[in-house]
Structure formats: C-alpha cells, structure tokens
Design a protein around this ligand. Structure first.
Ligand code: HEC
Ligand code: HEC
Length: 290
C-alpha cells in the first residue's frame, strides 16, 4: 500500500470514528433536551412504555390522548424526516398537513432551535420502536374540529425561534429559552382565555384550571401572590427536589415535571431558570379554584 493511500485510509477511519462520536453526542444531548421538554410525562401512559403515547390529558375542552412518538414505522413516527419532525414540533403541522391542537405545546416549542430539535429527534430515533396505535381524542364539538385550528393559529400563534435579548446576561437568556420554549412553564403557569390561548400579558401568573383541574400557582416575583420572597436557590432547589422553602413537596403535574425531567437538568440550567423568573414583571394574581 502506498504511503499516501495508507494516510488516506487512516484519515477516513478517523473521520468515521469522529462521526460516530458526534452521533452519540447528539443522542445524549437529545436525551437531556427531552428531559427539559417534559416529553416523557405527556407521551407515556401510566405503566406504559416510554413515549408510546396513550396518556389521557384532561382539558376544559375534553380529553386528548397523546400519540406514539417512538420510531415505530406503522404506529409511531418512524417514517418521519427531520423536516417533518421540525414542522410538527415548531409549527404544529403534521406530515400530512393537519393542524395539531395546542394541548401539544407547539406554541412554546416553536422557540426551540434547529439544533435542539435535531438532537431531540436523534434521541427518540435511537430508542426501540413500540407498536401502539394512537387513540382518538374525546373532545367536545366544535373544539374537536381540527380545521378550526387554522383560525386559532391566526389569532394566537407567534412562530419562533427564540430570540435572545442582546442586552441581557447569558444566564437570563438561557433561562428565557428554557422557561418560554423548551420547558414550556407558561403552558401550565399562565392563565388561558376561553379559547384555550395563554394570556401573554399575564404570563406565569398562575392558572386556576391547570392539567387535570389542578390549581397552578403564580410564579412571577410578586411578594404576596407569587414567589417574590423566594431566592434563586429556593427556585433551583424546588426544580431539583420538589421541595418548597416551607419544606412542603409539590404535587401532581409539577411533581411529574420534576421527576420525569427537571431533576435531570444541570444546576446551571436550574439557576438560569431562576434568574429569568426573578427578573420578570411581578403580576398580582391570587389564583383560586374556579
Ligand atoms: C402537555 C403535553 C405534551 C407535551 C409536554 C409534549 N407533547 Fe407531544 N403531543 C401531545 C399531544 C396531545 C399531541 C397530539 C396533538 C393532536 O392530536 O393534535 C402531541 C403530538 C406530538 C407529535 C406528533 C405525533 C404524530 O403522530 O402526529 C410529536 C412528534 C410530538 N408530540 C413530540 C413531542 C416532543 C418531542 C415533546 C418534548 C419536547 C413533546 N411532544 C411534548 C402532548 C404533549
Ligand atoms: C405540567 C404543568 C406544569 C409545568 C410544565 C410546570 N409547572 Fe410548575 N407547577 C405546576 C403545578 C400544578 C404546581 C402546584 C403544585 C402543588 O400544588 O403542589 C406548580 C408549582 C410550581 C412552583 C411552586 C410555587 C409555589 O408557590 O409553591 C414553582 C416555583 C414552579 N411550579 C415553577 C415551574 C417552572 C420554573 C416551570 C418550568 C421549568 C414549571 N413550573 C413547569 C404545574 C406545572
């Protein structure tokens, strides 16, 4: 073998190994992002296979059942291209052109960056396919009409991706990305109008009618009705352990969000979330059961 050829083969082997490392890294990063995005809780039925769907999501409009997002080619998303996945996650449109209901938090996920969406797909596609047909939603007329989503989108959907604030710190911008896009805190913590759209001028100020009817507290820094008397560590600790400064444990949807995802975040990311939250405008809103 000529020296040149040997050198070329060596180079090719090096590049291939490098590619494999990068694919592994992409999958690992995807797993981290899936934890931040809370995909497990919504896409896994109690006792069911992870990501195989069938989890019931009760809303004021009826009950939705999450679809199978494992790479099964028949019942999951195994035939989807990267472009199909990006369009679903960030624009709420299926490969066949149907419009998703916003119970799938694409109005937040629209802020997810291209790279993060690619990593999330790489992770999901690294998992074993599970055969599990999607279950029909059980939603009241006329909210069950998918095409009405076209009107809803015109009224309420602002397409991403997330734009960092150049004047703010890196921690603030990382927190903003997590809170408003990937970890979609506002999907539960922001009040909604009668058409189920979040009221952005009262962002994060609590929602009397959260998932499964649970009351979701005000997490703006208002001292009386929000978390104005919490410091960054209080917030970061809650996101890691579920423990409030009064040594109570959060329950229900927040417990799940932590157990299925937020507890796996880095301390830096949890601090970034706290930095962003405490920098928001306080909103006075004492959330009470409806
Ligand atoms: C709050 C619950 C919830 C969360 C969180 C959530 N999803 Fe979903 N997702 C849904 C529901 C419900 C649908 C179906 C919407 C519809 O039928 O219009 C859906 C649909 C999808 C679809 C389309 C599947 C298909 O067969 O058409 C994909 C892909 C998807 N989600 C991926 C994700 C990923 C990735 C994450 C995490 C980053 C995530 N979802 C987080 C509830 C959720
Ligand atoms: C799936 C819905 C859901 C999501 C997503 C969610 N939360 Fe929560 N959160 C809740 C509920 C419900 C409670 C109340 C828990 C309880 O009553 O024990 C809560 C409680 C909290 C509390 C405690 C407030 C207090 O006064 O005790 C904080 C802080 C908090 N959430 C922050 C966040 C942050 C930050 C995010 C995003 C990273 C987030 N939550 C995402 C539903 C959610």
């Amino acid at each position: 073998m000529s020296a040149a050829r040997a050198a070329l083969l060596g180079l090719a082997a090096l590049l291939a190994a490098n590619g494999a490392v990068r694919a592994d890294e992409l999958v690992a990063r995807g797993e981290y992002l899936v934890h931040a995005g809370g995909c497990v809780s919504c896409h896994t039925a109690p006792g069911g296979t992870k990501f195989a769907g069938g989890r019931a999501l009760a809303t004021p409009f009826g009950t939705f059942y999450s679809p199978n997002i494992t790479p099964d080619r028949e019942t999951g998303i195994g035939t989807w291209s990267d472009a199909d996945f990006q369009r679903a996650l960030r624009r709420g449109i299926s490969p066949s052109g149907a419009h998703y209901f916003p119970v799938f938090p694409y109005p937040s996920f629209t802020g997810i960056t291209d790279d993060d969406a690619r990593a999330i797909k790489a992770y999901l596609f690294s998992l074993p396919p599970t055969h599990a047909p999607d279950r029909q939603h059980d939603v009241w007329f006329p909210f069950s009409w998918r095409f009405l989503q076209i009107g809803w989108r015109l009224l309420y959907f602002d397409e991403g991706p997330f734009q960092p604030d150049r004047r703010a710190s890196a921690a603030y911008n990382r927190g903003a990305y997590l809170v408003t896009a990937l970890a979609h805190c506002g999907e539960c913590h922001t009040p909604r109008n009668f058409l189920g759209a979040v009221e952005s001028d009262r962002a994060l100020s609590g929602n009397p009618d959260g998932p499964d009817g649970q009351i979701v507290p005000n997490i703006t820094p208002d001292p009386k009705t929000g978390i104005g008397d919490w410091d960054k560590d209080d917030i970061a600790t809650l996101l890691k352990t579920g423990e409030t400064p009064e040594h109570a444990q959060v329950k229900g949807a927040m417990h799940e969000a932590i157990e299925d995802g937020l507890k796996y975040l880095t301390d830096d990311d949890r601090q970034a979330i706290a930095t962003y939250l405490l920098a928001q405008k306080p909103v006075v809103n004492a959330v009470k059961a409806k």
